[in-house]
Design a binder for this molecule. Structure first.
Ligand code: TA6
Length: 292
């Protein structure tokens, strides 16, 4: 296990964590943004766009943007809140490094209070363990009045051909279909196919969610604790073309499966704290092949 300081694109500071068996993850301090996870003996499991703006100001298109304190446009804040564009501070010690863990924190500042008038401390822990990666998000209310928030780990998974994947584990779960204007439906498929733009918020989802990627010859399993909701997103061709930080054809290589807390916001009284986690690992067995 080792954690070393690194230099990312455009000289931006990163932390790189590796473990004995050969897993490796990279985290930018900008946004506490995980941009790479390569499981031991495997290949890159996260998607980052070749057009991503790695300028230390913009959100990074890909990896795992930390969405806090507002999911999407469900409130007055900038889309997906501000955590993904703030400079986070590494706080890990030698014990963390020995455990294959990186920890970063974000505290309220004049800039965050101008957007959201609350005192808080957020912590993201990234741990390589058991062949997988765990991301744990904690939030503490360090002020003297209550606040509420929504949050997500907006995970961009890399797949070989999104047209052939199946996202399993969501059958019977109610979801908000944002592409259909926000209507609510119940998922009927045992394995959700991606054959066009998909933007869904599954409320009170079951776990694990499995992404079967037969073209890539692997299955990615996503577990979560205390993130009740799951977002599944692929922009498809037209929206991809509209994004300046996304290659026109790259929608074929990714699917977002996001561990989220959206339907029922977290309410934190003064001194209160909340924590939730997501774990991704490459599951046993070949991809089960496409969608139902
Ligand atoms: O989580 C899905 C979503 O909210 C989509 O609606 C889509 O816009 C996506 O996030 C990306 O948002 P961004 O602000 O990073 O372009």
């Amino acid at each position: 296990m080792a954690v070393v300081e690194g230099v990312g694109a455009n000289g931006l500071p990163t932390l790189v964590v590796t473990d004995g068996p050969g897993s490796r993850a990279e985290v930018y301090l900008h946004g506490a943004h995980v941009t790479s996870w390569i499981p031991a003996g495997g290949t890159e499991a996260l998607f980052v766009s070749r057009e991503a703006l790695l300028d230390g100001r913009s959100p990074i298109r890909g990896g795992v943007p930390v969405v806090f304190p507002q999911f999407a446009d469900r409130g007055p804040l900038p889309k997906h809140g501000f955590a993904r564009v703030q400079p986070w501070r590494p706080i890990g010690d030698e014990g963390d490094a020995r455990a294959g863990r990186v920890r970063l924190e974000l505290r309220d500042s004049a800039e965050t209070r101008a957007l959201w008038p609350h005192a808080f401390r957020a912590e993201l822990g990234i741990t390589l363990a058991g062949g997988g990666i765990e991301l744990s998000l904690g939030v503490e209310n360090t002020g003297d009045s209550s606040f509420s928030f929504t949050a997500a780990l907006h995970t961009y998974l890399r797949v070989a051909d999104v047209r052939r994947i199946g996202v399993a584990g969501l059958q019977g779960v109610r979801y908000i279909d944002k592409v259909a204007g926000g209507v609510e439906r119940v998922e009927e498929s045992a394995a959700v196919a991606i054959a066009g733009e998909v933007d869904r918020v599954y409320l009170g989802a079951t776990r694990p969610v499995r992404v079967d990627d037969p073209a890539g010859g692997r299955v990615l399993a996503v577990q979560a604790d205390d993130f009740p909701d799951v977002v599944v997103w692929n922009p498809w061709a037209e929206q991809a073309r509209a994004f300046s930080d996304f290659g026109d054809d790259e929608y074929l290589e990714m699917v977002c499966v996001e561990a989220a807390r959206i339907g029922v916001p977290v309410e934190l009284p003064p001194g209160g704290s909340w924590r939730a986690a997501q774990r991704v690992h490459v599951a046993e067995g070949p991809g089960s092949g496409g969608a139902a």
